[in-house]
Design a protein around this ligand. Structure first.
Ligand code: ADP
Length: 395
């Protein structure tokens, strides 16, 4: 097969410029391996990456002597392996083993670096993929343990209590694994970009350096958001978040926010629909600002620039109801309940969803419910979403 065809099939390289792809293809060498062949060893120094054309390769670490913790990931055709270690010049941290007949393309590190330099987006994409492997590993460990627990339950019912406690523990581990993933992704992108800048400063054009610096700033900002959200979740769950309820004119609050956002970004197609005189409601102004800001940020993030976003304020019985409607990507029905859970993100692997903590809606729900209100959504895939929250009228 032509190496260019293999490259074009790989998601890792989908973003690379045509010229960079041509050069990369010219540097690649095809090799075959039989089942049981070790393609590279953990600890060996890295001078190349491999792109899998066909067959299956399993990545594992020898740390746990081949037990469940040693498994890292299974690679399928189109996967790139060993790219991060090659780019950073470190020793391999996993071993790659062919489990079927495989066809591999060897990519020398210099050629890989040039492709990454030609397209910084590619670097970011590859680093994020590497982090996904880390997450996959964490989840595999968690799933393995879950199956063991299930087995034990059917054998010995007397251990029911232990099982429940164990499950809680596993849930915690899943969350910790996901949190670790969310923290490691931006940090590894920042480290990777900083190392590339440091090693290649002289060879880079001003424009390329700027792109890497912008990426570093963006990733550091998302890390800060994550830490802020995590701290807020911790204080909500510890019951430490304080509310200062007071009579509140919701129309005035929403109008102010809509005006400020439109001033800050003139391309925003954001409007307010409200009945002029509505009774006051009872709530903490700062907390409701945060809730509304979160819903508006999501509406912007999950729709195309220029698409209309409408905020509506109305009375519904003994409550004031605020709704944010967008014409964005929408949320599948089976995911709609889940998005209010901690760390829930619908298909975070692609698109703008990739940036986010999955904590925003959970925080909003907690804040609204703590003040006697509700938060809910109506949505249809491809048509858009409406997130609404209610708040009791002032007594
Ligand atoms: P984040 O946006 O930081 O990932 P949130 O808790 O605010 O976290 O949202 C959780 C998930 O719900 C998002 O990742 C996205 O998949 C989905 N979501 C939220 N708001 C919208 C929206 N307006 N349109 C489509 N999907 C949305």
């Amino acid at each position: 097969m032509d190496p260019r065809e293999v490259l074009e099939k790989s998601d890792d390289f989908a973003a690379a410029g045509q010229h960079a792809l041509e050069e990369l293809a010219a540097s690649m060498h095809r090799s075959e391996a039989a089942p049981g062949t070790v393609i590279f060893h953990e600890g060996a120094r890295s001078d190349c990456a491999y792109l899998l054309e066909s067959g299956r390769v399993v990545l594992s670490t020898s740390r746990s002597g081949g037990e469940e913790g040693g498994f890292v990931a299974e690679l399928h055709p189109g996967s790139l392996v060993g790219d991060m270690t090659a780019l950073t010049g470190r020793a391999r941290t996993a071993q790659a083993l062919a489990t079927t007949d495989v066809v591999l393309w060897r990519i020398p590190v210099e050629a890989l670096r040039s492709a990454v330099l030609a397209d910084p987006q590619l670097a970011v994409q590859m680093m994020t993929l590497a982090m996904d492997l880390v997450l996959q590993k964490d989840l595999t460990v968690v799933l393995g343990k879950k199956q063991t627990t299930e087995l034990r339950r059917s054998i010995d019912l007397e251990r029911e209590t232990t099982r429940i406690l164990k499950e809680r523990d596993q849930l915690k581990s899943e969350r910790v694994a996901m949190m670790a993933h969310d923290i490691r992704s931006p940090v590894s992108v920042v480290i990777g970009c900083a190392e590339l800048l440091s090693n290649r400063w002289e060879q880079m054009e001003e424009r390329q350096r700027q792109k890497f610096l912008d990426t570093i700033a963006r990733q550091a900002r998302s890390l800060l958001d994550l830490v802020d959200d995590a701290l807020q979740v911790a204080s909500i769950e510890a019951g430490e978040l304080k509310y200062s309820p007071a009579p509140l004119d919701m129309v005035e609050l929403v109008q102010g926010m809509v005006e400020d956002l439109c001033k800050a970004d003139e391309s925003l197609n954001l409007s307010l629909r409200a009945t002029e005189s509505l009774p006051r409601c009872n709530g903490d102004e700062q907390r409701f600002r945060q809730v509304l800001f979160n819903l508006l940020s999501n509406a912007m993030k999950f729709s195309s620039p220029g698409d209309p976003i409408v905020v509506e304020v109305r009375r519904g019985g003994d409550e004031i109801v605020v709704s944010v409607t967008d014409k964005g990507i929408g949320i599948p029905e089976e995911e709609q309940r889940r998005v209010f859970e901690k760390f829930a993100r619908v298909d975070p692997s692609e698109g703008p969803q990739a940036e986010g903590t999955g904590l925003g809606l959970y925080i909003c729900k907690m804040m609204v419910e703590a003040q006697g209100g509700r938060l809910w959504l109506e949505s249809a895939v491809g048509q858009g979403s409406t997130f609404s929250f209610s708040i009791p009228l002032a007594g």
